[in-house]
Structures are given as C-alpha cells and as structure tokens.
Design a binder for this molecule. Structure first.
Ligand code: NAD
Length: 487
C-alpha cells in the first residue's frame, strides 16, 4: 500500500512542490516508515514568503478582539481533536499515549487561549513632557519564523504561533524533519477557525530549509527551539538582517535535595525530571545532587520505583509510561554516552542498556538509567544527553553545591527540595537558571515565562513578557508648542 504523502502548507492550503523531492518519517516505536513529506523547494519557499507578507497585511489590520475570536476558535478545535492530534504526536515521537493524551495538545491549546485573551490588552503608554507629549504604539513585527525541535512538536508550534499571531504577525513555521505532521494539523485547524490564508504557513525540510528561513531578508524574527550548537548557527543566519531572536536551547539542570527534604516527593521530582517523555525534555534535572545524609535512603527508593513502576513498550498501550527515543541515531548517541559514563568510572544503579519490550521489539528504547559515584568532571555530568540518563552526585555544604550546580555554560532550569523556606529561596536565588522549581519539578503553566540563562537561551516563551518579543515599540512625539530652533 502506498504511504500517505503530505505537502507543504502555504497560502492557506496544502501545495505541491515542483521538484517532487520528499523525505520519510519513521515511527520510533516500530522503526517503520509511516508517511512521507514533500520538501520545501524554491517555489514553496517563494509562496510561503509571498503569502506570509499578504497574510500579515490582512491580519495586522484586524482589531485585536477579532484576532482573539479566531484564535479562541482554534484553541477549541485543538481540544475537540485532542485524541486525533495526540495520536499524531505518539506516532511521530514514540512518547507514551498517556502523556500525549493529557499534556501535548492541551498545553498547546492553553498557549493559544492565553495569548488570544491578551491580544486586546497589548497597549502603549502616553506621557506628558512639558506642554508636549509622546505616546508609544506596540506594533507587530511582520513575518516571524518558527523553527521547532522534535520532542513536543505540536506544543512547540503552538507556543510560537500563539504570541506571534496574537500580536498581529504572520508566521512561517518549520517543524523538525523527524516530526513534521503536528504543525500541518495546526495549520489546518487555523484555517478552519477562520485565520486568513498566509498567516500561518508550514514549510518542511531539515537544516537547509531552516537556514533559509533564519537568513531571509523579509523575515523579521526567528524563534528557535533546539540544540545549543544549532542555535548558534541560527543566530549567525539571523544576523544577516539583524533579526530579533528567541532561543530555547538545551540544558544540564541541577536538582539539589537537602537532608530535610520530603524524600518521596524528591524522588518523584527526579524521576519526572529524567524519565518523563523518556528523558527527552530540555529542562530535565540530569544532575541530581543529594545531601550525603539522605543518599542511601533516596537511592533505595529511586531504584525500587524505577524497577517497579516504569513500564516501557508500545506507546499506545495505556499502561506504558515510558516510550521510544526519537531515532536509531539518537538511541546510539545515548548508548554511547552511557558507555562513556562507565569508561570514566561512574557506577550503574540501574539501566544502562537498550531495551526490547515485547510489545515494541523494534523500537528505539533505552532503559531508564541512573549513574551513581559521579564526579563533576565526567562527560555524562557535563553534556546534555537528551535521553533517560540521570547522574547522581553528593554534597554536604550549601555554598559548595551552589558553586558546583552553577559550574556549567548552560542555565535552563534548576530545582531545590527542602522544608526550610529560607534556604529554599536563598539557594534558588543564587542558581543561574531561568526556570526554577522549589519542592516541585517540570511543571510549566502558560502563565509562567520559560527560557534559559547563559547558553541555554535568549528571550522567553509564555507569560506576559513574551508579548514584548513579538511587538516593537514606536514612540510618537507630539509637539503642542512652537518648535524652538537656533536656525
Ligand atoms: P536540533 O538543533 O537538531 O534541531 C532543531 C531544529 O533546527 C530542527 O527543525 C532542524 O531541522 C533545524 N535546523 C538544523 N540545523 C539548522 C540550521 N543550520 N539552521 C536552521 N535550522 C536548523 O534540535 P533537536 O535535536 O531537534 O532537539 C533537541 C534539542 O532541543 C535539545 O538540545 C533540547 O534541549 C532542545 N529543546 C529545548 C527546549 C527549550 O524550550 N529550551 C525545548 C525543547 C527542546
């Protein structure tokens, strides 16, 4: 049977490319090619730019409340089609159905609803200066580009489109070539909700298409989610016309557990922050610092819960809570890191191998893995692995653990577990990270801004301040008195 083949979505509809070039998409839980996608060629790219320009001219002149209504309809459609869309995400990413069904679509819809609600409240200021005054206008930027990673494909598309569109911009979005379908489904929904053609376009392909988008002269902003190294390339491309940028990049985040912490809760946090979405989450706390007094108890509980409660297998099985990694290549990369950990002297508490669950024997699984006896200078402690690999370290002194936690070029997230409220805030305030949790981990409601310190990113997604990142301020001075001139 012929595989389904998807076209690019530009100017309000699926559009065939001229070259006939396409790529395969693989279900990571089975290793099977499930569909094909046409590459964006020069005709598609030109149509995307022309339609985004035209879309912007229509969309930016609607009233904000008209934009709100359309975006709210899109959010409602996302929720109505939750299961259909969650299924797309499971097939593309290999993540468990029980996650996608509850998190992926809902968190995307939340962002659209949140920014739709804020659209009419994007306001400037007015101030008197003597007899004169000035006011500011918050104007849309124009055509914005979104470039996504593969771990939360639909959510990433929504988190970028929502503030961009709410502020009156148009968008050209390029999903990861590993997970291209969710963004196409979002484009369909936007059209059904009444979005004018060209306001949200999806172009398909890999690095070359991303680079084209990031460097295009008519694109005013690029919001990127992906690896630090790719982010640096995107910044270079964006410098061609000095684009505004948002960078959501990788992390190697610390979780610090003090000896007065609720151990059961802290183990839950460490497990969520290492094994949810089979470890493929940017904010994961892959460096777990345990106070030496609770190390033995913490590790005993951790090992028992991993070995008894984590169920890997066919992601569509409702009992499965641990899915397949995105690709054979990524599985090998994670296994190579594990081998490196062993070579550098870390000891395995559990895991450390590929898995072949009976219900998904050809999937790209890696067992939930915990390394103990880790040192700060080991490769597995320093580099983002983006898989289910936790490194456990110990400490006894507060200042020392803060210094060690901050000793990295990354700064995406951090967590602290303690019952001492003064210590909790004191420590969190000293950690160099953009997203922090006290006695919690991983939760990211749309109201809360997220983004990284240091090389983990630039700018924020979600929260009120994101509105500033999709608008530009125009200051208008009004002369009420005679203009004083020496000429
Ligand atoms: P990646 O950097 O390999 O790819 C991301 C996107 O960039 C893809 O769409 C890819 O096609 C595109 N791309 C590749 N080369 C490009 C180039 N030269 N110019 C423009 N675009 C290019 O990342 P990935 O492997 O898809 O995703 C995993 C990474 O994403 C991890 O490092 C993870 O931490 C990070 N991530 C960060 C966040 C966050 O919010 N901070 C969220 C999710 C994932």
């Amino acid at each position: 049977m012929a595989l389904p083949r998807y076209q690019n979505f530009v100017n309000g509809d699926y559009t065939a490319n001229q070259t006939g070039e396409y790529f395969d998409v693989i279900n990571p839980a089975t290793g099977q090619v499930i569909y094909q996608v046409e590459m964006a060629d020069s005709t598609i790219k030109a149509t995307a730019i022309n339609s985004a320009r035209h879309g912007f001219s229509l969309w930016s002149t609607l009233t904000a409340i008209e934009r709100t209504r359309i975006l709210n309809r899109a959010a409602a459609l996302l929720r109505e089609r939750n299961d259909e869309l969650a299924r797309v995400e499971v097939l593309d990413t290999g993540k468990p159905w029980q996650e996608a069904e509850g998190v992926d679509v809902a968190s995307g819809a939340d962002a659209i609803e949140y920014f739709a609600g804020l659209a009419p409240s994007v306001v400037g200021q007015q101030q008197s200066v003597g007899a004169d005054f000035y006011y500011t206008r918050k104007e849309a930027l124009g055509i914005c580009a979104g470039i996504g990673a593969w771990n939360y494909p639909l959510q990433i598309a929504c988190w970028k489109a929502a503030p961009a569109l709410a502020c009156g911009n148009s968008m050209i979005f390029k999903p990861s070539e590993e997970t291209p379908l969710g963004a196409l489904k979002l484009a369909e929904i936007f059209i059904e909700a009444g979005l004018p053609a060209g306001v949200f376009n999806v172009v398909q392909g890999g690095a070359e298409v991303g680079q084209w988008l990031a460097s295009h002269n008519e694109v005013e902003k690029v919001s990127f989610t992906g690896q630090v190294g790719t982010g640096k390339k995107v910044m270079r491309s964006a410098s061609d016309n000095l684009k505004d940028i948002t960078m959501e990049l990788g992390g190697k985040s610390p979780l610090i557990v003090f000896d007065d912490a609720n151990i059961v809760e802290a183990v839950s946090a460490a497990m969520l922050g290492n094994f949810f979405t089979q470890g493929e989450i940017c904010t994961n706390c892959t460096r777990v610092y345990l106070h030496e007094n609770i190390r033995v108890e913490f590790l005993a509980q951790l090992k028992t819960r991993i070995e008894n409660n984590i169920v890997a297998g066919d992601p569509f099985d409702s009992n499965v809570n641990f899915g397949a990694l995105i690709s054979a290549k990524h599985q090998q990369l994670v296994l190579d890191y594990i081998a490196k950990g062993i070579e550098e002297g870390a000891e395995l508490l559990t895991g450390g191998t590929a898995l072949q669950p009976r219900s998904a024997p050809n999937g790209y699984f890696v067992a939930p893995t915990v390394f103990i006896s880790c040192h700060d200078d080991m490769t597995i402690v320093k580099e983002e692995i983006f898989g289910p690999v936790m490194s456990v370290l110990t400490f006894s002194d507060e200042d020392d653990v803060i210094r060690r936690a901050n000793n990295t070029a990354l700064g995406l997230a951090a967590g602290v577990f303690t019952k001492d409220v003064h210590r909790a805030h004191r420590v969190i305030h000293k950690l160099n990270a953009g997203i922090c949790w006290i006695n919690s981990y991983g939760l990211s409601p749309v109201e809360m801004p997220v983004g990284g310190f240091k090389q983990s990113g630039i700018g924020r997604e979600n929260g009120l301040e994101t509105l500033n990142q999709y608008t530009q301020t125009k200051a208008v001075y009004m002369g009420m008195s005679t203009l004083d001139s020496p000429f």
